[in-house]
Design a protein around this ligand. Sequence first.
Ligand code: ZN
Length: 385
Amino acid sequence: METPFFCAVGTAGSVKGVTPSELRELGADVLLANTYHLFLRPGHEVVRHLGGLHRFMAWDGPLITDSGGFQVFSLGWGLEHGVGKQMGMFPGEAEARKTRGQAARLVRVDDDGATFTSHIDGSRQRLTPELSIGIQEALGADIILAFDEPTSPLHDAAYTATAMLRTHRWARRCLEARTRDDQALYGIVQGGALQELRRASATAIGAMAFEGVAIGGSLGKSKHDMFDVIDWTTPHIPEAWPRHLLGIGEPEDLLACVEHGIDQFDCVAPTRLGRHGVVYTADGKVSLTRPELRDSSAPIEPDCGCYTCSTGFSRGYLRHLFAANELLGYTLTSLHNLFFMHRLMQRIRAAVREDRLSALRDEFLARYGVAYATDGKTLQAAGGQ
Ligand SMILES: [Zn+2]
């Protein structure tokens, strides 16, 4: 795999609405699936029985599974803090008000592991570092992640430190629990948006026998905090380790985070936005559900090489598919958005090779309509439309 790269997310072993051959065609080379979801349904033993995750989902390219930690705990924060089903990466007050009043105590963590309630059937379930590794070995992805306890921006410093130290102890147990030698195991750095903790966590994880690192947990309350977290972390990680920033991001994030040393990304945004009729274009995001697009014969982007644009599907047709709740609409917009992200990553890789990444960033962002200030961390509106 050439870095930096972007992983399309196949949460439950499927990139929603897109077939493996379509993924290949649009340039996807690595997919990420979620341990939490596959553990609960259909169960990792079923996947093992059916030949492992590659065969199960008919994807013969590289696969990554996360450890389940983020889903287990973010579901818990949701109820603890009165946030929705799963909290966004940068939760705002509005999000925090959404579902107050639901039962708390969804996740109980102890030093051995975490007990949680399945979002599918309400049953009580338990994950430990050893079980997470066992599940990920049964699934058989090429890159697997250590089981961790992420924290949210709403946790205080004392709890964030407690969870970080527990994450370090679990990291050692994950290393001891592995029995396969054909999977790369990444450690996860925690420590919230606190400089001392991130440095301590990167130093501790960086000293263990992992093959790479993922930056997880709270990335603070803004993009500026996110870049601080990256900058506090990367100097303490072995130079040879690939660095994965979990759950990020949007086009503007990829460009800037690569400059800050990130090699791998995963995000559900291209397919999730696509299912809501929102598409990426060089001039920013466009909602295809707007009534004024009814008569538009233009493709999403005339110079885009994706299946949707090169076939000539018009904005007016796509708007119609969304108005009529036609499944093809979700597929066509997902194909375009995933192509857009992978095309952008190709351009980023070329720019890295030719040492002109900041020029690409400025050129892309000016037209996309956002810009990072000269500190490289603060996002602002650009001159573009
Ligand atoms: Zn397109």
